[in-house]
Design a protein around this ligand. Structure first.
Ligand code: HEC
Length: 206
């Protein structure tokens, strides 16, 4: 009788464990979907923000573009996010305090900074029993165009400097040179909840 009870316990535990692994299994196909979807979400965000910045720059110069960026960056991020996925930009030396990297994100940024050849990568966070949150990280490098607002303070135009000081009294996002790590994109995707939405997003060729 004792043996039977023991056997039943072992059986129950084994089935329980199997069920858990089954819930966490993500196939290579899933990973491909997650990566492609993250890239697409990032590209759409980047294209919209760059479009807004360029238009604002042409219309009223860098100072106007700063104001537009201040309004539009978070707005575009929210329109590019749903209840099953989201996009953010974070930095070690952030301009907007909302974009300050968390401890975990700071460690990833430091890895990107140490190894400039390192590309994007995905990690999963098994915080819940039945689903995972996939996080996709992509480094953001400083280009020449970015220096107008993120370059060394002494190289910034006076009007840019004063608008930045006014809008961001605790600005840390200056002092960069071309090729520097400026920050990174973080895409969070709830899986498998986002499967349908994300598959539809990839099918949409726009
Ligand atoms: C016209 C000025 C301007 C230019 C040019 C500009 N930025 Fe920014 N950038 C800003 C402002 C303003 C913010 C803060 C936005 C906010 O309040 O969310 C910002 C924020 C950021 C952030 C989010 C992290 C943080 O520091 O708050 C990243 C990443 C970033 N910029 C990267 C770039 C890159 C890369 C380029 C070049 C391709 C660039 N920026 C060009 C003004 C500019």
């Amino acid at each position: 009788m004792k043996r039977l009870t023991l056997l039943l316990i072992i059986l129950a535990v084994t089935i329980g464990c199997n069920k858990q692994t089954e819930q966490h299994t993500t196939t290579n196909k899933d990973l491909t979907i997650l990566t492609q979807a993250s890239e697409k979400i990032i590209n759409t965000f980047q294209r919209s923000l760059k479009g807004e910045l360029m238009t604002a720059m042409k219309a009223g110069g860098a100072t106007n573009a700063i104001t537009v960026c201040q309004q539009k960056a978070s707005e575009i991020a929210s329109t590019q996010s749903t209840n099953v996925y989201s996009i953010r930009r974070v930095a070690l030396k952030n301009r907007n305090t909302n974009n300050k990297a968390s401890q975990k994100e700071a460690e990833i940024l430091e890895r990107f900074a140490k190894d400039p050849k390192m590309g994007s990568f995905t990690v999963s966070d098994f915080s819940k029993d039945s689903s995972s949150v996939y996080q996709y990280y992509k480094p953001i490098k400083t280009g020449k165009f970015c220096l107008k607002c993120h370059g060394p303070v002494e190289s910034l135009d006076d009007d840019v400097k004063s608008v930045l000081t006014e809008a961001y009294p605790n600005d840390n996002a200056t002092g960069h040179t071309v090729g520097d790590l400026r920050g990174m994109f973080v895409v969070d995707i709830k899986w498998p909840e986002a499967r349908e939405v994300v598959t539809a997003l990839l099918a949409d060729s726009i």
